[in-house]
Write a protein that binds this ligand. Structure first.
Ligand code: ZN
Ligand code: ZN
Length: 155
C-alpha cells in the first residue's frame, strides 16, 4: 500500500490517455499544465516515466523543470506586474528554464530523441528563426508551429 512509487511526481496523468505507440520515435518536453511534461510527438499523449525507465533523480529533474515552467506560465497569464518578467524569462534561450530544459532534453535523448518545446507569445506572430541557432525553422510539423533542423528545439 505504501510502497514507494519512484514515478509519483510525474503521475497521475490529469488528462487520461497515455501514449500507446508501439515504438517511441520522439519526445517533447513541454508544459501542458499537467504534472508530466513528457509527450509523444506522434500521438500527442503523455509518456509514462516508467516506460522510459527514468531514475529517481531524472524524475526529480523533470518534475522540478515542469514546476518552474508552469510557474512562469501562470505568472504570464496572471499578467499585470508579472507578465513582462515571465515572458522575458521564457523567451531567453540562455535563461534558466530553457537551459535546464535543453539539458534535460539532452539527457532524455540518450533513450528517445527529445525536443524542448520553446514557448512563444502568439501575439508576437509565428517564429521563423530558431531562438538558439537563428536558422530558418522547419514548419513541416504536425503539432505546434515549427522545429529547428539542427537544435533539439520545437516551437
Ligand atoms: Zn505515442
Ligand atoms: Zn536551432
Amino acid at each position: 500500500m505504501s510502497e514507494f512509487d519512484p514515478y509519483l511526481r510525474l503521475r497521475p496523468s490529469t488528462r487520461g490517455g497515455s501514449c500507446r505507440c508501439p515504438a517511441l520515435r520522439g519526445l517533447l518536453l513541454v508544459n501542458m499544465f499537467t504534472r508530466n511534461p513528457l509527450y509523444c510527438e506522434q500521438c500527442r499523449n503523455e509518456v509514462d516515466p516508467e516506460r522510459l525507465q527514468l531514475s529517481v533523480r531524472e524524475v526529480d529533474s523533470v518534475a522540478d523543470w515542469v514546476r518552474v515552467a508552469h510557474a512562469l506560465q501562470m505568472l504570464w497569464l496572471d499578467s499585470g506586474e508579472y507578465e513582462r518578467y515571465a515572458k522575458a524569462r521564457m523567451l531567453d534561450i540562455n535563461g534558466q528554464v530553457n537551459q535546464k530544459g535543453l539539458a534535460l532534453a539532452g539527457l532524455l535523448s540518450a533513450r528517445v530523441p527529445t525536443r524542448l518545446w520553446f514557448w512563444h507569445d502568439p501575439a508576437d506572430g509565428e517564429p521563423t528563426l530558431c531562438p538558439q541557432c537563428q536558422r530558418q525553422l522547419d514548419k513541416n510539423v504536425e503539432w505546434g508551429t515549427a522545429r529547428c533542423p539542427v537544435c533539439p528545439m520545437h516551437l
